[in-house]
Design a protein around this ligand. Sequence first.
Ligand code: HEM
Length: 419
Amino acid sequence: MNSTSKTAAADVLSPDLYDYDFENDPIATLGRLRREDPVHWSRHGFWYLTRYDDCAMVLKDPARFSSAAAGWGGGNPLATTATGGGQSKTEQGLSRTLAQSFNQMDAPDHTRVRALVVSAFSRRIIEDRRDRIQAVIDELLDAAGAKGRFDAITDFAFHVPIIVAGEIIGIPGEDREAFRAAFERTAALMAPKRSEESWAQALEAGRWVGRYVRDLIAERRRGPRDDLISALIAAEDEQGALSDAELSSAISTIYTAAGTTTERFISSGLFLLLSHADQWRALVADRALVGPAIEEILRFHHPTQSTSTNRRCTVDVELRGKTLRAGDTVRVGLGAANRDPEVFADPDRFDIARRPSQPALSFGAGPHFCIGAALARFEARLAIEAIVGRWPGLRLVTEAPVKDRRRHDRYSEIIVAVD
Ligand code: HEM
């Protein structure tokens, strides 16, 4: 380990990247890191990258930067290596199963599983569901709007991906809430063990989810339906390529990846638009701006803004005068890269008419590029179009949302008024 360069970096600037204050408002800290210490050795024992070029380079170089067992900062409880420490054999077994998620694999396993998921998760499947997604959005907005004043998160954005992704995957509507709640409880497996009780509850929830998904797969094997599970089984039968554990893990990964990211995308997007009155007015006047507005929302406020996507070095790598050792964890700061002034002019200005010359890294890059990018964009587009169409005079009541201390990287509330 190159302890000299790591220590030197820590002397210059040593933010606590796990601290609530950082999570609540990461932009200034990330900006300083990008300027002063772009290849930063965190006191928590990982590298944190903040420049666009470095982030893109790492994502596109799986040979030197592996996804295997790297942990996933994007907020996937089932795909993230449990950090509880002192695990029993059963706990280790569960962690291993969870870590089989294909987003934490390298080629050739990653390529094989991903190809099947992509084929079962095509743009056509999404487009085919346009009417249903629109109906979900309309029903939620009818109910929320009837209140006069509503929370864009709990009354709306929170439910959109849970219903949409749940239906695409094939989770029956009557189990939707139980499945979601159990999934949420497994999130404790990502964090250091707080108490025996919460850890045991999270493990139990993990087992419940595992059993539930296995049963669902067995049911779809007996009688396929028009859903992702059946499509994956069909692809598997054609190509004989997925083990049961891989299939079940792929489903869990997709469900997790689709949820809070999309919720934050829609709710913080609405907040950004409403809190920039000129931009909101421009969108109301010209609905064609909704496409670029969605891209700008993703760039300006990455749904996992304060966190990152992780890789592990397979070999020693020299980067901006630092030596990243084989085995070191590297966190790719997607939100930070999206504010890099070398790529985005005046990056801290929210501008829905922006036409960047390079894509934001919001959905990653390279072999692990987000499989749900088209779906997330589609849901956000339909949601924002519906809201602008219904309530061009929508008002923001919450002026400065803060992150919920209990819920990772998520705002507590964003209240809006329709009257
Ligand atoms: C705004 C919403 C979303 C954002 C910002 C987002 C972001 C990302 C990012 C950055 C990655 C790459 C991770 C890496 O390189 O290690 C990724 C991967 C992934 N995303 Fe998303 N995502 C979103 C929505 C979705 C949705 C709706 C789905 C599912 C329908 C989804 C499914 C996945 C899957 C399965 C992967 C793993 C791909 C692989 O490893 O090959 N995501 N996402």
